[in-house]
Design a protein around this ligand. Structure first.
Ligand code: SF4
Ligand code: ZN
Length: 413
């Protein structure tokens, strides 16, 4: 396929990294604001192929620096539905990654991208992110998308309003799944989109547990299957129950065994201690056992500091990623924290002893609503943050002071 950009393009470049010393500029991660979103518009609101850069272009950027990047893709199509937005949006990562000399990681508002010096020398520009997206979306989604336009925000001030809008849109999408439970459905959905990075990884997405990237709920997977029945998301019948509490079903096991190339024989949807789901690499956060506290901590990608398990997020991510099962450690989407099925086989939300302050704030509204529902409101203030403790002994002292329930729960292992 022909993508009108000055660097080679293809699946072979997908996992390519751009090291710091080879980088011309970067966007997002801890360095600057960055996000990506795809939204449906009316036919007359989209000028097909239009790409606008709002802010500095590559010619204005200094080598080695970080700049904001807001990628807003607007699409229109007679067969397009609002439900398809998140499905097509999740492909942005793959598309941009396929350009030689361009690195892209993450989704929604946790993206990180780099343009290498070599790509810049060949003439790659910020506008080319748009060229890639316009071409690929026409190519892969021609049945639902008729027109595509892209706005790229690189100005630190001008990105603020669209970023706020995007955050509100992600929140609304997460709400759509509402009160649906795993028992309400016959089928879960698979997601194998991350197999290009982690060849044995399969996400099993249920109404109460979204994909670990946080960008695919059960409804999104359903919409994706509707768009392309041979795509990365398939309905998988639960079938015979092996263990209702741990969340294990025969058909799901068989499916996972097949799709993990035989590397995974069993999988518990609701346990992180016994046969947990595998973790690819794009998890929004990691839940890890804190043995001293008889509980778990949750750390998200944005948190740069030390955690009570003695590792920072980046170290933890390196150890548990790649599509393997690591009992005691699991990657997950933030929305799963407020689910009634959150590690329910291991004791659920009452096991949570530590979270970074910013994450606590972000998930607070949903988690507090869930705690109120189960009559455990008092738990919220007992969950420590980096202000209370960063080392295990400090954490235990804090938990004793506030009488955290994890200390008197059944032993975790
Ligand atoms: Fe799909 Fe899971 Fe990857 Fe998200 S993390 S894109 S749900 S395989
Ligand atoms: Zn992934």
């Amino acid at each position: 396929e022909k993508i009108p950009i000055p660097v080679p393009f293809g699946a072979g470049f997908e996992g390519e990294r751009v090291r710091k010393e080879d980088m011309y500029v970067q966007f997002g991660s801890k360095y600057s604001d960055a996000f990506e979103i795809l939204q449906m518009k009316g036919m007359d609101e989209v000028k097909d192929g239009d790409i606008e850069v709002i802010g500095p272009t590559i010619a204005d950027m200094k080598e080695g620096e970080a700049y904001p990047l807001g990628i807003v893709v607007e699409v229109a199509g007679r067969n397009f539905q609002e439900d398809f937005e998140s499905v097509v949006e999740r492909r942005i990562h793959e598309y941009i990654s396929c350009a030689n000399g361009i690195f892209h990681m993450g989704q929604r508002s946790i993206i990180w991208a780099r343009i290498s010096k070599a790509a810049k020398e060949k003439g790659f520009k910020v506008k080319d992110f748009g060229e890639i997206l316009v071409a690929k979306m026409h190519n892969d989604f021609s049945t639902i998308i008729d027109r595509v336009q892209v706005k790229l925000y690189t100005d630190a001030e001008k990105i603020k309003a669209p970023l706020e809008e995007a955050l509100a849109a992600y929140h609304d999408r997460d709400d759509r799944i509402g009160g649906m439970t795993d028992e309400d459905v016959e089928d879960f959905y698979s997601c194998t989109l991350c197999q290009s990075y982690a060849p044995d990884h399969v996400c099993i997405v249920t109404p109460q547990r979204l994909g670990l990237c946080g960008a695919y709920t059960w409804l999104d997977c359903k919409a994706s299957h509707q768009i392309d029945a041979h795509g990365p998301n398939e309905p998988v019948k639960k079938g015979e129950v092996i263990d209702a509490d741990k969340g294990q079903w025969k058909n799901i096991n068989d499916y996972v065994a097949l799709k993990s190339n035989g590397n995974l024989q069993r999988f518990n949807a609701y346990s992180m201690m016994e046969d947990p789901m595998t973790s690819c690499g794009c998890f929004e956060c990691i839940t890890a056992i804190v043995p001293e506290a008889n509980g778990v901590m949750i750390v998200d990608r944005d948190h740069q500091g030390m955690t009570p398990v003695g590792m920072k997020f980046s170290t933890l991510a390196g150890q548990i990623g790649g599509g393997i099962q690591t009992p005691g450690f699991v990657g997950m989407g933030k929305l799963y924290i407020s689910s009634a099925k959150f590690i329910s086989a291991d004791g659920g939300i009452k096991r949570v002893v530590w979270m970074p302050k910013a994450l606590k704030e972000e998930v607070g509204e949903r988690v507090k609503a869930y705690l109120a529902k189960i009559g455990e409101e008092s738990l919220w203030d007992k969950i420590a943050t980096e202000d209370d403790a960063t080392a295990p002994d400090e954490l235990v002292a804090y938990l004793q002071k506030v009488e955290h329930p994890a200390l008197t729960m059944e032993a975790m292992f």
